[in-house]
Each structure stands twice: as structure tokens, then as C-alpha cells.
Design a protein around this ligand. Sequence first.
Ligand code: FES
Length: 81
Amino acid sequence: MVKVTICMGSSCFSRGNSKNLEAVRAWLAAHDREDAVVLRGCRCGGLCGEGPNIWIDEVCHSGVTPEAVPGLLAKAFGEEA
Ligand code: FES
């Protein structure tokens, strides 16, 4: 299981995590990985200035864009980007 935690705090959400969440969901569906992920939202992680933030298996990725999501998930799942 890969753990993906998306910050839903107001700063991260307005800075792009609403779109990033859509990108994560789309990638998981396209790669048939919806059963292999624990996808959660979390409250502000205290790193707003670096946001939008997404944690993948406890590693924080900052300044995430929807364009970056496929590469991050591919790496986490051991797939080619
Ligand atoms: S809102 Fe995401 S770290 Fe603060």
C-alpha cells in the first residue's frame, strides 16, 4: 500500500491541492491502483509557505502541481513515469 496524504488546509487547497487531488484520483484510476493506495486528506501540516504539500509514504513533497503528480505517483508505485 502506498500512502498518499493531501493537505486540505485552506492555504494548500487554494494553492493547488484541489487540482492535485483530481490529478491523483485520475492517475490512480488510469493505472488501476485505487485498491493499492491509502488516500487521505489532512489538516494544515504547518508548512503552508511551501505548499501545496502532499505526503507520499511520509515524505513531504512541496510546491506540487498537477503536472508533477503523475511522476510522483509513478515513482511511489515503481512504475515508469
Ligand atoms: S495548509 Fe497545507 S501546510 Fe498549511
